[in-house]
Write a protein that binds this ligand. Sequence first.
Ligand code: FAD
Length: 370
Amino acid sequence: MNIAIIGSGLTGSLAAISLAKAGCRIDLYERLSDEELIDRDRTYAITHSSRKILQKIGIWSYLESHLVPFKYLNVIDYELNKKFEFLINDLSISDQKYSAVGWIAEHKNIMLSILDIISDIENINKIPTSVIPNTNKYELIIAADGSKSNTKKKLKTPSLNFNYNQMCITSKVLLRGVKSNEAYEILNSEGPFAVLPLGGDLFQIICSQTLEKGNFNMSLSKALFLDYLSTILPLGVEVDTIIDQPKSFPINFILNYSFFSGKYLYLGETAHKFHPVGGQGLNLCWRDVDCLTRLVSTPLLKNNYSIIPFIYSLSRLVDVLSISLLTDSLVRYSRSNFNIFCIPRRLIFLVLRKSAFTRKLILNIMTNGL
Ligand SMILES: Cc1cc2nc3c(=O)[nH]c(=O)nc-3n(C[C@H](O)[C@H](O)[C@H](O)COP(=O)(O)OP(=O)(O)OC[C@H]3O[C@@H](n4cnc5c(N)ncnc54)[C@H](O)[C@@H]3O)c2cc1C
């Protein structure tokens, strides 16, 4: 099958590898150079669903050395002043043997490895342009050109869009008082924030807050920003140094009403973009890739490729919708007016602290999707 992929971000690139390994001929269109693709300062939480996909494609061993495993995921509700932990025991038996609740990856490392893998695969042809000269030569065209997709605009595919009126501030810091294999998801009224281990004392802070507060914090000097971080980190955790210049990006919600248009199929952030809480973004994108690869490899569909976009769209519905609801609920939970929602909030937290079954259920949805 001849497939064009527009966009060589982490979704488009993994789709190229996975589909090429399934026997397809891939033309991978990207307007940026490899250097520009690598040079992004992002940090991803990688779940077991991604681990399984990378193993299936046969590239887990190349990437694993760039990932920092964490064994504890502490969830703290600042308004309730309560905490519980997701532990390895909360995972399914088959996931437990990897001794990690999840992994943290820096964009530069995994993008570089993935581009290296692509350069070794014969049936991937990289084309450094944003325009496909002849769309007729492809049975499928995959739009993986990101949340501002031009392809989607051109095809006039409608989507549900809204703004959280929040921004995300990210920064690398050296911390004391945290184990190098523990991560935090902290829920407070400004918005959720995460502390992710990057090895040793180095951690990534991903902090969402109102635009007003975020803009103010972005205008602070490093020393004052460090003081601010000290006020929001959990008790006993202290910031030694801020390693880089804090960066910010707006947070919005995008969900396409359809994941295809004719022979065009939308993958990754072209189809869905959610709040970064819970670290679902990239994992959901890679589950899109896995689903498409399974369909393309199905013997019955190999000669009926025109129905693949429709079946793909149906197959991804439950997983994408459930993650959109889960992440959106977490944001609303975190920002809910504590005075009004005090009782349900106490109840939800109590259930999660006391019920191993509920913890396992939530962690397994977050780690493997539906
Ligand atoms: C500023 C920012 C920060 C983020 N930080 C985090 C984070 O900390 N943690 C996390 O888990 N997730 C984060 N995300 C989300 C995460 O980056 C995505 O989930 C992940 O990169 C998968 O994206 P993608 O490949 O679908 O899209 P993208 O990474 O956006 O890739 C799309 C690619 O398509 C290319 N392209 C666009 N138009 C064309 C065209 N016309 N022709 C050819 N190529 C084209 C672009 O150059 C780009 O390379 C962040 C996203 C953004 C925008």
